[in-house]
Design a binder for this molecule. Structure first.
Ligand SMILES: [Zn+2]
Length: 430
């Protein structure tokens, strides 16, 4: 039985690896084979930008390929190389050394589960660090995007670690506690806890966490502010919720986004975007973000996440009844830490089929927000030039492979998005 479990897992795991690596390969060949300005962007992108965007895309793709190969090898080694039982022993010994011999031992069980999972997370964080460093200080640097020093970068990592300790560790304690205390229906309790946590984060991220990493200032440009107020009034969005973020302290990439709901909702414009755009363009982008608010996209995504979480937890609760699944990877049957570790390590092999679905939903939301912008501002040309400018300044891939874009892209590829903004014309005979 344990052999069957390993065989099924390995089959799906390798399929997942093959699908994503294959898509990367397709995109690499497709992007690398292109020459000059792609025909559908003729006159809208210059040759130099097109070439530079291709090079940048290829560099990021190659790094991604190596990173996937390494992390996949780590996962296989962890799952099949006896690392999990080794980690169990090691964490057990550490807790024993710190807390002393357990009187009965049961009271140490939640600590054991949480610190086992944290140690496992630590292994992946360490494995990912070289790629993050290379990505920032070699690739981003080479293309003129990086503005961070190594000290600044390390500071960000430390802040991230603190957030994990303050937010994630208590959440894990809660999850483990419910798993141990309420035998049968634990998955429902954990669902409630995780959903509460997600709701808290929707408020905490824009109001507390993001301002810890960046400075957010209300929009100052009076002329633009007037336009924003008119737009906001039309869209039922408070203009006070529009902020400019000092993104330029980290990177030259520019963007805008809408986040949160209730009192915590806000539209954020990167200072890098504001610096290069005409008023009409910024207005069109802001209207796009108000479009996300109008259509309730944040709430819709939240509900979708909740549904996925509920289904995954239910499946996990059923799996917990099969000790063979745990034994296949060297773990004792039915333990909370074992189940959560297997969920984190193996889950992707079963759920990656949903990636294209979620990406498709996200792209539909983008089209919807674009349509809102055109309706509210009435300047499709301004939105087009804004998108072209964003694409040019971020060196976005001008010619992604359609399958790659369908699987990964949360935003429609530029050419499609521009085409959707162009009213259909009936063919005129020459
Ligand atoms: Zn959008």
């Amino acid at each position: 039985m344990t052999e069957t479990v390993v065989a099924v897992f390995l089959g799906l795991y390798l399929l997942h690896f093959a699908v994503e690596t294959g898509l990367d390969g397709l995109n690499l060949i497709h992007t690398g084979a292109g020459q000059g300005v792609p025909p559908h962007l003729e006159g809208q992108v210059d040759a130099e930008t097109a070439a530079k965007s291709r090079e940048y895309t290829l560099a990021r793709l190659r790094l991604g390929l190596v990173e996937r190969a390494v992390t996949s090898a780590v996962t296989l080694a962890v799952l099949l190389g006896g690392f999990l039982p080794f980690l169990e022993q090691w964490v057990g010994a550490m807790i024993l050394a710190i807390a002393g011999p357990p009187a009965g031992g049961a009271h140490l069980a939640p600590h054991f589960s949480v610190w086992f999972l944290m140690a496992l997370g630590g292994v992946y964080t360490l494995a990912g660090l070289p790629f993050s460093i290379w990505g920032t200080f070699v690739i981003e640097q080479r293309y003129g995007f990086n503005r961070q020093t190594l000290a600044g970068w390390l500071g960000d990592r430390l802040k991230g670690l603190l957030l994990v300790l303050v937010l994630l560790v208590p959440l894990l304690y809660g999850v483990v506690w419910f798993m141990e205390a309420s035998r049968e229906g634990w998955w429902l309790w954990v669902f409630g806890l995780v959903t509460g946590f997600q709701l808290l984060m929707v408020w905490l991220v824009p109001m507390v966490i993001a301002p810890w990493f960046n400075t957010f200032t209300p929009l100052e440009d009076q002329e633009l502010l007037k336009k924003v107020e008119a737009l906001a009034e039309q869209g039922g969005f408070k203009a006070k919720g529009v902020f400019v973020m000092d993104a330029s302290r980290r990177s030259g990439h520019s963007n805008a986004y809408f986040t949160g709901f209730g009192r915590a909702k806000r539209i954020v414009l990167f200072d890098t975007l504001l610096a290069h755009m005409e008023h009409d363009e910024t207005q069109a982008v802001l209207a796009h973000e108000i479009g996300h608010y109008q259509a309730g996209h944040v709430k819709k995504r939240m509900v979708l996440n909740m549904a996925v979480t509920l289904v995954l937890l239910f499946i996990a609760s059923r799996v917990a009844g099969y000790p063979q699944v745990f034994e296949a990877f060297g773990l004792g049957g039915g333990s909370p830490h074992g189940l959560l570790a297997l969920l984190a390590l193996c889950g992707g092999a079963f759920t990656f089929w949903f990636s294209p679905l979620f990406a498709w939903i996200s792209r539909r939301h983008e089209y919807e927000a674009d349509r809102y912008s055109v309706k509210a501002v009435g300047k499709p040309q301004a939105l087009k030039t804004a998108l072209l400018r964003l694409s040019r300044e971020n060196l976005s891939n001008p010619v992604p492979h359609p399958w790659y874009a369908a699987y990964h892209y949360s935003h429609p590829p530029l050419a499609r998005r521009l085409a959707a903004l162009t009213p259909q014309q009936s063919p005129v005979p020459a």
